[in-house]
Ligand binder design. Sequence first.
Ligand code: NAP
Length: 285
Amino acid sequence: MTAKIINGREIAKEIRKKNFEKVTKLKSKHKVVPTITTIKIGKDPSSELYLKLRDNACKEVGINSIHLEFDESISEDKVINAINKLNSDVNIHGILIQYPVPNHISQDKLMSIIHPKKDVEGFNPYSMGRTLLGNEHVIPCTPLSVLTILEHENVDLKGEDVVIVNHSNIVGKPLAALLLNRNATVAVCHVFTKEIKQYTSKADILITAAGIPKLITKDHVKENAFVIDVGIVKTNEGICGDVDFNEVKEKAGRITPVPGGVGPVTIACSLKNMLKTYKNCLEGT
Ligand SMILES: NC(=O)c1ccc[n+]([C@@H]2O[C@H](COP(=O)([O-])OP(=O)(O)OC[C@H]3O[C@@H](n4cnc5c(N)ncnc54)[C@H](OP(=O)(O)O)[C@@H]3O)[C@@H](O)[C@H]2O)c1
Protein backbone atom coordinates (compact mmCIF):
# COMPACT_ATOMS: atom_id res chain seq x y z
CA MET A 1 0.00 0.00 0.00
CA THR A 2 1.31 3.47 -0.85
CA ALA A 3 1.26 6.05 1.94
CA LYS A 4 -0.96 9.11 2.00
CA ILE A 5 1.33 12.00 1.06
CA ILE A 6 0.72 14.99 3.30
CA ASN A 7 0.46 18.26 1.40
CA GLY A 8 2.24 20.80 3.61
CA ARG A 9 1.58 23.62 1.15
CA GLU A 10 -2.20 23.12 1.49
CA ILE A 11 -1.99 23.03 5.30
CA ALA A 12 0.12 26.21 5.22
CA LYS A 13 -2.45 27.93 2.99
CA GLU A 14 -5.22 27.15 5.50
CA ILE A 15 -3.11 28.55 8.36
CA ARG A 16 -2.33 31.73 6.40
CA LYS A 17 -6.03 32.23 5.66
CA LYS A 18 -6.96 31.88 9.36
CA ASN A 19 -4.08 34.17 10.34
CA PHE A 20 -5.16 36.81 7.83
CA GLU A 21 -8.64 36.85 9.41
CA LYS A 22 -7.24 37.09 12.96
CA VAL A 23 -4.68 39.80 12.08
CA THR A 24 -7.36 41.83 10.28
CA LYS A 25 -9.65 41.68 13.35
CA LEU A 26 -6.89 42.68 15.76
CA LYS A 27 -5.69 45.48 13.47
CA SER A 28 -9.14 47.03 13.31
CA LYS A 29 -9.54 46.66 17.10
CA HIS A 30 -6.17 48.22 18.04
CA LYS A 31 -5.48 50.38 14.96
CA VAL A 32 -1.88 49.18 15.07
CA VAL A 33 -0.07 47.30 12.28
CA PRO A 34 1.73 44.20 13.65
CA THR A 35 5.43 44.77 13.09
CA ILE A 36 8.18 42.23 13.64
CA THR A 37 11.94 42.67 13.28
CA THR A 38 14.43 40.04 12.13
CA ILE A 39 18.04 40.55 13.14
CA LYS A 40 20.47 39.37 10.46
CA ILE A 41 24.18 39.16 11.16
CA GLY A 42 26.38 38.67 8.11
CA LYS A 43 25.24 36.91 4.97
CA ASP A 44 24.02 33.33 5.08
CA PRO A 45 22.81 32.29 1.60
CA SER A 46 21.03 29.21 3.02
CA SER A 47 18.73 31.41 5.14
CA GLU A 48 17.95 33.93 2.40
CA LEU A 49 15.30 31.78 0.72
CA TYR A 50 13.60 31.00 4.05
CA LEU A 51 13.56 34.72 4.92
CA LYS A 52 12.14 35.64 1.53
CA LEU A 53 9.36 33.06 1.85
CA ARG A 54 8.58 34.23 5.38
CA ASP A 55 8.45 37.88 4.29
CA ASN A 56 6.04 36.97 1.48
CA ALA A 57 3.86 35.11 4.00
CA CYS A 58 3.92 38.14 6.34
CA LYS A 59 2.83 40.41 3.49
CA GLU A 60 -0.03 38.07 2.60
CA VAL A 61 -1.50 38.17 6.12
CA GLY A 62 -0.83 41.88 6.78
CA ILE A 63 2.22 41.72 9.05
CA ASN A 64 4.97 44.30 8.57
CA SER A 65 8.35 42.54 8.50
CA ILE A 66 11.50 44.62 9.04
CA HIS A 67 15.12 43.44 8.75
CA LEU A 68 17.86 44.86 10.93
CA GLU A 69 21.11 43.93 9.18
CA PHE A 70 24.56 43.87 10.76
CA ASP A 71 27.99 43.19 9.36
CA GLU A 72 29.54 39.77 10.19
CA SER A 73 32.15 41.50 12.41
CA ILE A 74 29.68 43.29 14.75
CA SER A 75 30.38 42.79 18.47
CA GLU A 76 28.05 40.78 20.69
CA ASP A 77 27.49 43.86 22.89
CA LYS A 78 26.19 45.89 19.95
CA VAL A 79 23.72 43.16 19.01
CA ILE A 80 22.58 42.92 22.64
CA ASN A 81 22.03 46.70 22.69
CA ALA A 82 19.97 46.47 19.52
CA ILE A 83 17.80 43.70 21.03
CA ASN A 84 17.30 45.72 24.21
CA LYS A 85 16.13 48.70 22.13
CA LEU A 86 13.68 46.48 20.24
CA ASN A 87 12.47 45.02 23.55
CA SER A 88 11.43 48.49 24.73
CA ASP A 89 10.14 49.80 21.39
CA VAL A 90 6.32 49.86 21.60
CA ASN A 91 6.07 49.79 17.80
CA ILE A 92 7.79 46.39 17.56
CA HIS A 93 5.63 43.38 18.40
CA GLY A 94 8.02 40.52 17.75
CA ILE A 95 11.74 39.83 17.43
CA LEU A 96 13.50 37.05 15.52
CA ILE A 97 17.15 36.26 14.98
CA GLN A 98 18.32 34.67 11.78
CA TYR A 99 20.50 31.68 12.71
CA PRO A 100 23.29 30.73 12.44
CA VAL A 101 25.09 33.72 13.99
CA PRO A 102 28.91 34.19 13.71
CA ASN A 103 31.01 32.13 16.17
CA HIS A 104 32.06 35.12 18.32
CA ILE A 105 28.41 35.74 19.24
CA SER A 106 26.57 33.48 21.68
CA GLN A 107 23.31 32.27 20.18
CA ASP A 108 22.09 31.26 23.67
CA LYS A 109 22.74 34.74 25.05
CA LEU A 110 20.78 36.39 22.24
CA MET A 111 17.89 33.97 22.73
CA SER A 112 17.79 34.67 26.45
CA ILE A 113 17.58 38.46 26.23
CA ILE A 114 14.65 38.73 23.81
CA HIS A 115 11.69 39.70 25.99
CA PRO A 116 9.40 36.63 26.35
CA LYS A 117 6.38 38.62 25.16
CA LYS A 118 8.19 39.41 21.87
CA ASP A 119 9.86 36.01 21.48
CA VAL A 120 8.45 34.84 18.11
CA GLU A 121 10.65 31.74 18.00
CA GLY A 122 9.90 30.54 21.52
CA PHE A 123 13.62 29.93 22.25
CA ASN A 124 13.85 32.20 25.29
CA PRO A 125 14.44 30.07 28.46
CA TYR A 126 11.11 31.36 29.85
CA SER A 127 9.18 30.19 26.78
CA MET A 128 11.12 26.89 26.74
CA GLY A 129 10.48 26.39 30.46
CA ARG A 130 6.76 26.86 29.96
CA THR A 131 6.81 24.31 27.13
CA LEU A 132 8.62 21.83 29.39
CA LEU A 133 6.19 22.42 32.27
CA GLY A 134 3.16 21.83 30.05
CA ASN A 135 2.09 25.47 30.36
CA GLU A 136 2.70 26.18 26.67
CA HIS A 137 2.96 29.77 25.52
CA VAL A 138 5.02 30.46 22.38
CA ILE A 139 6.11 27.11 20.95
CA PRO A 140 9.19 26.95 18.67
CA CYS A 141 8.01 27.04 15.04
CA THR A 142 9.36 23.68 13.81
CA PRO A 143 7.95 21.57 16.67
CA LEU A 144 4.71 23.57 16.33
CA SER A 145 4.66 22.69 12.65
CA VAL A 146 4.95 18.95 13.44
CA LEU A 147 2.11 19.23 15.98
CA THR A 148 0.01 21.17 13.46
CA ILE A 149 0.45 18.43 10.85
CA LEU A 150 -0.52 15.74 13.38
CA GLU A 151 -3.57 17.76 14.46
CA HIS A 152 -4.53 18.38 10.84
CA GLU A 153 -4.48 14.61 10.33
CA ASN A 154 -6.60 14.11 13.49
CA VAL A 155 -3.95 11.99 15.20
CA ASP A 156 -4.71 11.27 18.85
CA LEU A 157 -1.24 11.21 20.41
CA LYS A 158 -2.32 9.60 23.67
CA GLY A 159 -0.36 6.34 24.11
CA GLU A 160 1.23 6.53 20.64
CA ASP A 161 4.86 5.38 20.36
CA VAL A 162 6.72 8.36 18.90
CA VAL A 163 10.40 8.39 17.97
CA ILE A 164 12.28 11.62 17.24
CA VAL A 165 15.66 11.49 15.50
CA ASN A 166 17.15 14.81 16.68
CA HIS A 167 17.95 16.18 20.11
CA SER A 168 18.70 19.81 19.23
CA ASN A 169 17.35 22.69 21.32
CA ILE A 170 15.25 23.97 18.44
CA VAL A 171 13.65 20.71 17.27
CA GLY A 172 14.04 17.48 19.30
CA LYS A 173 14.01 18.73 22.89
CA PRO A 174 10.95 21.02 22.70
CA LEU A 175 9.15 18.51 20.48
CA ALA A 176 9.73 15.70 23.00
CA ALA A 177 8.23 17.89 25.76
CA LEU A 178 5.23 18.84 23.61
CA LEU A 179 4.51 15.20 22.77
CA LEU A 180 4.84 14.16 26.43
CA ASN A 181 2.40 16.97 27.31
CA ARG A 182 -0.04 15.16 25.00
CA ASN A 183 0.65 11.76 26.65
CA ALA A 184 2.57 10.12 23.83
CA THR A 185 5.39 7.70 24.71
CA VAL A 186 8.51 9.38 23.38
CA ALA A 187 12.01 8.15 22.52
CA VAL A 188 14.66 10.59 21.33
CA CYS A 189 17.57 9.36 19.17
CA HIS A 190 20.75 11.18 18.21
CA VAL A 191 24.23 10.56 16.92
CA PHE A 192 25.22 8.51 20.00
CA THR A 193 22.19 6.24 19.90
CA LYS A 194 23.61 2.72 19.45
CA GLU A 195 21.15 1.41 16.90
CA ILE A 196 18.47 3.87 15.80
CA LYS A 197 16.64 1.19 13.82
CA GLN A 198 15.75 -0.59 17.08
CA TYR A 199 13.75 2.50 18.05
CA THR A 200 12.50 3.84 14.73
CA SER A 201 11.13 0.47 13.57
CA LYS A 202 8.75 0.39 16.55
CA ALA A 203 7.40 3.92 16.09
CA ASP A 204 3.76 4.62 15.29
CA ILE A 205 4.98 8.12 14.48
CA LEU A 206 8.55 8.70 13.32
CA ILE A 207 9.83 12.29 13.22
CA THR A 208 13.29 12.74 11.76
CA ALA A 209 15.43 15.91 11.59
CA ALA A 210 19.05 14.77 11.27
CA GLY A 211 19.84 16.55 8.01
CA ILE A 212 21.29 13.30 6.54
CA PRO A 213 19.86 12.24 3.15
CA LYS A 214 18.48 8.67 3.06
CA LEU A 215 19.24 8.09 6.77
CA ILE A 216 15.78 6.55 7.09
CA THR A 217 15.13 3.61 4.80
CA LYS A 218 12.17 1.22 4.71
CA ASP A 219 13.94 -1.03 7.26
CA HIS A 220 13.78 1.80 9.81
CA VAL A 221 10.02 2.14 9.49
CA LYS A 222 7.12 0.18 10.99
CA GLU A 223 4.37 -0.88 8.58
CA ASN A 224 1.70 1.83 8.34
CA ALA A 225 3.67 4.36 10.44
CA PHE A 226 3.24 8.13 10.13
CA VAL A 227 6.63 9.45 8.92
CA ILE A 228 7.37 13.16 9.32
CA ASP A 229 10.55 14.34 7.63
CA VAL A 230 11.82 17.64 9.03
CA GLY A 231 15.30 17.40 7.45
CA ILE A 232 16.26 19.78 4.67
CA VAL A 233 19.42 19.10 2.71
CA LYS A 234 20.66 20.62 -0.54
CA THR A 235 22.12 17.90 -2.78
CA ASN A 236 23.16 17.75 -6.44
CA GLU A 237 19.74 16.31 -7.19
CA GLY A 238 17.94 19.15 -5.39
CA ILE A 239 16.43 19.58 -1.93
CA CYS A 240 15.73 16.40 0.04
CA GLY A 241 15.04 15.28 3.58
CA ASP A 242 16.31 12.43 5.79
CA VAL A 243 13.92 9.85 4.40
CA ASP A 244 14.43 7.63 1.37
CA PHE A 245 11.03 8.81 0.19
CA ASN A 246 10.46 6.45 -2.74
CA GLU A 247 10.94 3.27 -0.74
CA VAL A 248 9.50 4.44 2.59
CA LYS A 249 6.24 5.66 1.01
CA GLU A 250 5.53 2.03 0.03
CA LYS A 251 5.60 0.96 3.68
CA ALA A 252 4.41 3.97 5.70
CA GLY A 253 0.75 4.87 6.21
CA ARG A 254 1.32 8.62 5.94
CA ILE A 255 4.41 10.57 4.97
CA THR A 256 5.50 14.19 4.53
CA PRO A 257 7.56 14.94 1.39
CA VAL A 258 10.58 17.24 1.14
CA PRO A 259 10.08 19.81 -0.27
CA GLY A 260 6.40 20.57 0.27
CA GLY A 261 5.92 18.98 3.70
CA VAL A 262 7.07 20.38 7.05
CA GLY A 263 8.89 23.43 5.54
CA PRO A 264 5.86 25.48 4.37
CA VAL A 265 3.95 24.62 7.56
CA THR A 266 6.88 25.90 9.66
CA ILE A 267 6.75 29.28 7.89
CA ALA A 268 3.00 29.46 8.46
CA CYS A 269 3.53 28.54 12.13
CA SER A 270 5.96 31.42 12.42
CA LEU A 271 3.01 33.69 11.46
CA LYS A 272 0.92 32.04 14.21
CA ASN A 273 3.63 32.96 16.70
CA MET A 274 3.88 36.54 15.38
CA LEU A 275 0.16 36.91 15.96
CA LYS A 276 0.66 35.64 19.50
CA THR A 277 3.47 38.11 20.30
CA TYR A 278 1.43 40.95 18.74
CA LYS A 279 -1.43 40.05 21.08
CA ASN A 280 0.99 39.76 24.03
CA CYS A 281 2.21 43.30 23.35
CA LEU A 282 -1.25 44.84 22.91
CA GLU A 283 -3.41 42.82 25.28
CA GLY A 284 -0.91 41.26 27.72
CA THR A 285 -0.14 37.54 28.08
N1 NAP B 1 11.51 21.83 7.80
C1 NAP B 1 11.76 22.83 8.64
O1 NAP B 1 10.95 23.71 8.82
C2 NAP B 1 13.05 22.84 9.38
C3 NAP B 1 13.26 23.71 10.46
C4 NAP B 1 14.45 23.63 11.19
C5 NAP B 1 15.42 22.71 10.80
N2 NAP B 1 15.19 21.93 9.69
C6 NAP B 1 16.17 20.92 9.25
O2 NAP B 1 16.20 19.91 10.24
C7 NAP B 1 17.51 19.37 10.32
C8 NAP B 1 18.00 19.50 11.74
O3 NAP B 1 18.09 20.86 12.11
P1 NAP B 1 18.77 21.27 13.51
O4 NAP B 1 18.96 22.73 13.48
O5 NAP B 1 18.03 20.65 14.63
O6 NAP B 1 20.21 20.58 13.29
P2 NAP B 1 21.26 20.01 14.34
O7 NAP B 1 21.36 20.89 15.51
O8 NAP B 1 22.48 19.69 13.52
O9 NAP B 1 20.57 18.65 14.82
C9 NAP B 1 20.66 17.45 14.12
C10 NAP B 1 20.23 16.33 15.05
O10 NAP B 1 20.27 15.09 14.39
C11 NAP B 1 21.14 14.20 15.07
N3 NAP B 1 21.83 13.36 14.10
C12 NAP B 1 22.69 13.76 13.13
N4 NAP B 1 23.12 12.68 12.44
C13 NAP B 1 22.52 11.60 12.98
C14 NAP B 1 22.58 10.20 12.70
N5 NAP B 1 23.35 9.71 11.73
N6 NAP B 1 21.85 9.38 13.47
C15 NAP B 1 21.09 9.86 14.47
N7 NAP B 1 20.99 11.16 14.78
C16 NAP B 1 21.71 12.02 14.04
C17 NAP B 1 22.10 15.11 15.82
O11 NAP B 1 22.68 14.44 16.92
P3 NAP B 1 24.04 15.05 17.62
O12 NAP B 1 23.63 16.40 18.17
O13 NAP B 1 24.36 14.06 18.67
O14 NAP B 1 25.04 15.18 16.51
C18 NAP B 1 21.14 16.21 16.27
O15 NAP B 1 20.41 15.83 17.39
C19 NAP B 1 18.34 20.12 9.26
O16 NAP B 1 18.32 19.38 8.07
C20 NAP B 1 17.57 21.42 9.10
O17 NAP B 1 17.78 21.99 7.82
C21 NAP B 1 14.05 21.97 9.01
